[in-house]
Design a protein around this ligand. Structure first.
Ligand code: MN
Length: 294
């Protein structure tokens, strides 16, 4: 019996954000033979491009006004920089401000827990999901693919958490150190009426998120506008931050006339009509957003 055929139990997974499974520390060498490979096997094109307002050296989350290091490459500072460990897996950055820097508005103990063990658990789960799915792809065996939905959930839950927290912590700065520029006010006013209207809308949306979740003001490239979204469950099979490259509608309306309940036949058929040039164009354009030339 190989490791893929062993059942994976949910209690072994980092669903409890404060009880991350054991993993080599971020500063320790990682000798897992599969880790470097999984990063070479694709699936990271969208993942590796998400960040926050500011450029950082590896392992350091910084912000423009708080001592962040200058970009090493001389390229346009990218909000998509993500700290990676030497094996290519995601690292846990340090904050660009001390834990108590947001007092009295956000307390130091919350920041210590939130940016430490809580965030790290998401990082561990994200890396684990990517690695396990690489092993499954390599195996190719149906018995291994049977575990795919599980790891997709782990990816969505932990990946969305890792990336959203990366953005969230960079979205804050010590009180009194930051004001919106005139240019930003103009853009906000164009899409939301005024800064005050945006704040009122955002406040109300955040207030009425049902249960746990997020309020996100985001940029919609199609239409060139900012919108506000309520996110009730960031783990609902999405990875907040990715730019869609290849999509397949598997709602029944997309295939029922011809394939009825045979979704597999519809998916097989789809591969015959994929526009690979379109996929490449989208990938190139998306990677340009992240500052990559091709
Ligand atoms: Mn959080």
């Amino acid at each position: 019996m190989d490791r893929h055929s062993e059942p994976v139990l949910s209690h072994e997974l980092p669903f409890d954000s404060y009880a991350a499974p054991a993993e080599a520390g971020a500063s320790q060498p990682d000798h897992h033979p599969d880790r470097r490979r999984f990063l070479q096997m694709g699936g990271l094109a969208g993942l590796a491009t998400l960040g926050l307002g500011g450029m950082m050296a590896p392992g350091r989350l910084s912000a423009h006004n708080h001592g962040g290091n200058a970009p090493e490459s001389g390229a346009v500072p990218s909000i998509f920089e993500v700290p990676l460990r030497s094996d290519g897996s995601y690292a846990l950055p340090s904050l660009p401000y001390p834990h108590d820097a947001l007092e009295p508005y956000i307390d130091a103990e919350t920041m210590r827990l939130h940016s430490g063990p809580h965030w790290n658990a998401a990082r561990v789960g994200l890396n684990q999901a990517l690695e396990k799915m690489a092993e499954i792809r390599e195996s190719g065996a149906i018995r291994d693919y049977d575990f795919l939905p599980h790891w997709q959930r782990v990816l969505a839950f932990n990946g969305a958490s890792y990336f959203l927290h990366l953005i969230f912590f960079g979205n804050m700065a010590p009180a009194g150190t930051s004001e919106p520029s005139e240019a930003l006010k103009e853009k906000i006013s164009r899409d939301f009426g005024s800064v005050d209207q945006m704040k009122a809308h955002f406040t109300r949306a955040a207030l009425t998120v049902e249960g746990c979740g997020w309020c996100i003001l985001g940029y919609q490239p199609m239409g060139d506008r900012m919108v506000i979204l309520q996110v009730e469950k960031h783990q609902n099979h999405t990875l907040w931050s990715i730019i869609p490259i290849l999509t397949l509608d598997v709602w029944e309306h997309a295939h029922y006339l011809k394939y009825q309940n045979r979704r597999g036949a519809y998916i097989d058929a789809f591969w015959n009509v994929v526009n690979w040039q379109n996929m490449e164009e989208r990938l190139i354009a998306a990677r340009k957003v992240a500052g990559h030339s091709a």
